[in-house]
Design a protein around this ligand. Structure first.
Ligand code: SAM
Length: 256
């Protein structure tokens, strides 16, 4: 796990990251509704290139975006909104980051499964306002008709060999006694057109399919197989994705 998480420190992964579809607008509406305390300061853990932090920054008082990958943070600073005055970037593991609370909201977008939970929660909890919530957010394409063809290709090349589709990170954190879960919601799917080439680059932005983990000939063969599998579904080289996010939130607790 730690080894795979380190792939986020690779330049190629940070560059491929811009091919990930953005979070739907509904995510931000729901996050803003979950802030009930002042000051409206947000801590975004495992912020990556700021897919959550950048759109949030102009709508709150401040966002501290923490990520241990220098290339991801560098990419985020270059992307739209990456230089907003309400946004502070910090390259550090969350376990040792300088936190500057109190925070009225903590967001973790596709990141908390990478973190050591006890150490992470021990850092976060003392920095919260009385009603602050931790929100775990995942998002991606749903109802992809090409999955039957795509999954065997991914399984052949993925570096993550113990993938368990039934594992639910939020349930696992609740079971560990670290979160009082109060809400869980899926957003309404929104259409997102993406070229086949962009879709393939998006796959390479994942830790288990990073280009740097594959010899060049393997990467070329992966790309060709995926393109072949997707071609029947694309119109003029463009796929119509349906993007949905899931938000799970509650009050984080100190390790017992
Ligand atoms: C899949 S990316 C998600 C990025 C962003 N939150 C988003 O939703 O697009 C996961 C990020 O978590 C970061 N990360 C993993 N473990 C971390 C840790 N212990 N401390 C800080 N960042 C971490 C990685 O560097 C990576 O940028």
């Amino acid at each position: 796990m730690t080894e795979l998480a380190a792939t986020f420190k690779q330049q190629a992964v940070a560059q491929a990251y811009r091919h990930r579809p953005p979070y739907p607008d509904e995510v931000f509406e729901r996050l803003l509704d979950l802030i009930t305390d002042a000051p409206r300061r947000v801590l975004d853990i495992g912020a990556g290139e700021g897919a959550l932090a950048r759109p949030l920054a102009p709508r709150v008082e401040h966002v501290d975006a923490i990520d241990f990958s220098q290339p991801m943070v560098d990419a985020g600073k270059q992307r739209p909104g990456g230089d907003h005055p309400n946004l502070s970037w910090q390259v550090n593991p969350i376990e040792t980051a300088d936190l500057n609370g109190p925070y009225a909201l903590v967001t973790a977008g596709a990141s908390i499964h990478w973190m050591p939970w006890e150490q992470t929660f021990a850092r976060i909890v003392p920095q919260l306002t009385p009603n602050a919530q931790l929100v775990v957010i995942e998002h991606g394409a749903v109802d992809e008709p090409w999955l039957g063809e795509l999954i065997p290709i991914i399984e052949r090349h993925s570096r993550k060999k113990n993938y368990d589709p039934k594992f639910d990170v939020v349930d696992a954190i609740v079971e560990r006694g670290l979160l009082d879960l109060t809400g869980r919601v899926r957003t309404t799917p929104v259409s997102y057109p993406q070229t086949v080439a962009g879709y393939i680059e998006r796959l390479h932005s994942t830790s288990s399919l990073a280009r740097d983990l594959m010899p060049a000939d393997e990467a070329a063969s992966f790309d060709a197989s995926v393109a072949e599998a997707l071609r029947p579904y694309a119109k003029d080289g463009v796929l119509q994705l349906q993007i949905q996010a899931e938000l799970s939130w509650g009050r984080p607790k100190l390790p017992g």
